[in-house]
Design a protein around this ligand. Structure first.
Ligand code: ADP
Ligand code: MG
Length: 717
């Protein structure tokens, strides 16, 4: 963060001294301290502030007094002014729910009526600043609860102690996303000052052809409209972010990512790679070694891969397929193409457990082919590592299995022809690039695989630079995994069901969420559970796998589990990716409410891999909110990873969906997926066409400059 702030102050003055590029201190009301607070929101220069659009709007054309609420129908959205009488936590003994409540009374403090403001997720962040007697403006839907008037989760604006009514802004008021330490009122004043003084310096950022094509309103007009919508008859489209003005900015956000993808893609397409020949001999051998036949979907995707690899251009392909759809064998077949042509192949996976499993599978599939193989992981001893590095540097075809250790600079491939990245979503774009750059004489072909079924909507934005193949079919004979949600008090019923499976010779996983704030806490929760599990499942062997263990220990436990020497494997989410033990038929997920749908689906995919019926039990410590109920019930209803991913995306938004670490994910301000998919498609099409004609964006200088700024800021992080 510090470097970013410095970046602004060290900025070289541009020849024209563009007012929009001035530091925020040039804006009325922004001093050193406020500038620091705004920097925390990534706001550094005047332009940033102009583009800092309201999160929503408040209709304050009518502000109710508490005494007037009697005449308002329940269910209506209202803005109410009142004085804080009390502010305290509450506990509903019946439902065991905790909440936080503030009680508002009429401004004079007298009058019989009061209004309760209630927060169910606990104490709202501003509660510490609130004290008795303060005047606040609350907005939300008026409800009745046990004969009392109430607003649940209201928007609040703290007006202060003695606020004369005349000073309250009326009309349509923009609401900005909160910054710690800054009141709405202050932010509003600062932004409105900036818009007044600087909006006229904005130059149209979209080329005239695109403006005309889509009928967009101009930039200055749109900036003003979003910050200060005129008194309108219909505020609804503004609230929903669905006006022409919003649309133009949403389009612009999408255009920006689409252009950068299109430009990346253009550089790949030009790159010459190896034109491989089809590996007749090895593929025949592979088919003999396989205990199954390819599904139609696998065959189709393999053909797409082969088409890419036999072309003289470089392959950049993403294979998407639900858990268990059989992606690994495709990786093996692709590897054989490069290997038979005398090249090296690097296969990378995010965990040691997974890469070791791949190595063993390949060993079986490649039996009798005499293909040299090397394993490179972080936990090799110095001597083993030196050996591995020298093998990788030596001439001749070779398959190299590895984890993140493959990125290290000391890893030198002699003739790298193909890079395969499994569970791509666990790696960043930069890591992928680091490995690709290890091709010395030429760029290697690249095949990335992901089991997180990324909805097409997101795939287009994150992986817009890749071609996409989809395996939309599971191998035959898979039975649906019977999924059921249990609450705490039904635990013993569930345990009986697990016991039945164990007694029938099957195995079970019990997974706990990784508690990121505290590994101690995590171990404790599992540790506390172990005696209980021993007492229930004493007849079988139970083992506990966790992140603190050495790689060898983990491997030993997994080997024992695979060999059915262990029947119940208790672990954190380390089993999430890739682990394949067909005799395991029960997956129990504890605190299931803490997981997103896609992750639940991934975990569930660890079972249902053999011929027996499988079960997934989701244990919820509480079914507190409607959202949790909806999420867990949808697991009961569907096995379709893509459908679940779409739902997850809708419920949690792209940031949560992919985790904040996902470095490739663009941050949108106004755009929302999947809602704005049609706009994304338009922007993407325009971007591809534009880059085909004008690869360096000479005719789109504003956008080119913006992409440059963005790239600079990323580089500084
Ligand atoms: P994922 O796509 O999740 O990585 P895997 O590659 O681990 O899935 O495959 C899951 C299981 O299905 C493995 O045991 C694999 O050997 C098996 N498998 C793959 N393809 C087929 C097929 N066509 N028919 C039957 N089983 C298959
Ligand atoms: Mg896999």
């Amino acid at each position: 963060m510090k470097t970013r702030t410095n970046q602004t102050s060290n900025k070289k003055p541009t020849p024209t001294d563009n007012p929009l590029a001035r530091p925020l201190r040039f804006v009325k009301g922004v001093g050193e301290k406020v500038a620091m607070m705004l920097a925390r929101k990534d706001l550094f220069e005047v332009r940033d502030l102009l583009y800092y659009f309201p999160r929503t709007y408040e209709d304050r054309r009518k502000i109710y007094k508490i005494s007037e609420l009697g005449g308002v129908a329940v269910g209506q959205k209202v803005s109410v002014i009142g004085k804080i009488r009390t502010s305290h936590p509450v506990f509903f003994s019946k439902s065991k729910r905790r909440a936080f409540e503030m009680v508002l009374v009429g401004e004079t403090g007298s009058g019989l009526q009061s209004l309760a403001l209630t927060w169910f997720h606990g104490k709202p962040y501003f509660a510490s600043k609130i004290s008795e007697g303060m005047i606040v403006l609350a907005r939300g839907e008026l409800t009745q609860f046990r004969g009392r008037m109430q607003i649940v989760h209201p928007d609040i604006e703290v007006l202060g102690k003695n606020m004369p009514e005349a000073e309250i802004e009326g009309g349509i008021v923009p609401i900005y996303s909160e910054t710690e330490g800054l009141y709405q009122k202050t932010i509003r004043k600062i932004v409105s000052g900036a818009v007044e003084s600087f909006a006229s310096f904005l130059e149209e950022s979209l080329p005239a052809v695109l403006m005309e094509k889509h009928g967009f309103p101009g930039l200055r007009e749109s900036v003003r409209a979003l910050h200060f919508p005129k008194a309108l008859d219909d505020l609804d489209p503004f609230m929903k972010g669905q006006t022409k003005f919003h649309e133009r900015f949403i389009y612009e956000e999408f255009l920006e990512v689409s252009l950068s993808m299109a430009m990346r893609r253009a550089t790949f397409v030009e790159e010459s790679g190896v034109a491989y020949t089809k590996p007749e001999r090895l593929w025949e051998r592979l088919k003999e070694n396989l205990p199954f036949k390819f599904t139609n979907a696998q065959r189709r995707v393999l053909q797409e891969i082969l088409d890419d690899m036999t072309k003289a251009t470089v392959m950049h392909r993403l294979v998407q397929g639900d858990v268990g759809s059989g992606k690994t064998i495709l990786a093996a077949a692709a590897a054989l193409v490069a290997l038979e042509n005398g090249y090296q192949v690097a296969l990378m996976a995010p965990t040691e457990i997974l890469i070791e499993q791949h190595r063993r599978n390949f060993e079986r599939w490649f039996a009798g082919m005499n293909i040299p193989a090397t394993l490179l992981t972080g936990s090799l001893k110095a001597k083993e590592k030196a050996q591995a590095l020298s093998e990788i540097a030596s001439a001749g075809p070779r398959i190299v299995f590895g984890t993140h250790a493959l990125f290290e600079p000391e890893v030198n491939f002699s003739k790298l022809g193909l890079v395969i990245v499994d569970e791509q979503h666990r790696f960043g774009v930069r890591q992928r690039t680091a490995l690709i750059d290890k091709g010395r004489t030429h760029k290697p072909d690249v095949l990335v695989m992901t089991a997180t079924p990324i909805p097409r909507t997101l795939a287009l934005t994150i992986y817009g630079d890749l071609d996409i193949s989809i395996i939309d079919e599971l191998p035959p004979g898979r039975k649906p995994i019977q999924t059921k949600v249990f609450v705490e008090r039904e635990r013993s019923t569930m345990e009986q069901k697990i016991l039945e499976q164990i007694r029938a010779g099957r195995q079970a996983y019990i997974v706990y969420p990784l508690i990121e704030e505290s590994e101690v806490l995590e171990l404790k929760s599992i540790g506390e559970m172990m005696p209980h599990l021993e007492s229930v499942f004493g007849e079988s062997k139970i083992a506990h796998l966790h992140g603190k263990m050495k790689a060898e220990e983990k491997q030993k436990i997994l080997d024992d589990f695979r060999a059915n020497k262990i029947q119940i494997l208790v672990s954190t989410t380390v089993v999430e990716v890739g682990v394949d033990v067909p005799n395991a038929t029960v997956m129990v997920i504890e605190n299931a409410e803490r997981f997103g749908l896609s992750q639940l689906h991934q975990l569930r995919g660890r079972v249902g891999r053999g011929a027996e019926s499988s079960f997934c039990y989701l244990v919820a410590s509480h079914l507190g909110t409607e959202e949790i109920v909806k999420r867990l019930r949808s697991m009961e209803k569907t096995q379709d990873g893509f459908k679940l991913a779409e739902l997850d995306l809708e419920m949690r938004g792209p940031g949560e969906f992919l985790g904040t670490k996902q470095s490739g994910l663009p941050q949108f301000q106004l755009a929302q997926l999947p809602r704005d998919l049609p706009i994304l498609q338009r922007a993407r099409k325009d971007a591809l066409e534009w880059v085909a004609k004008d690869p360096e964006l000479k005719e789109m200088p504003q956008m080119r400059a913006r992409l440059q700024t963005r790239a600079d800021r990323v580089a500084m992080n």
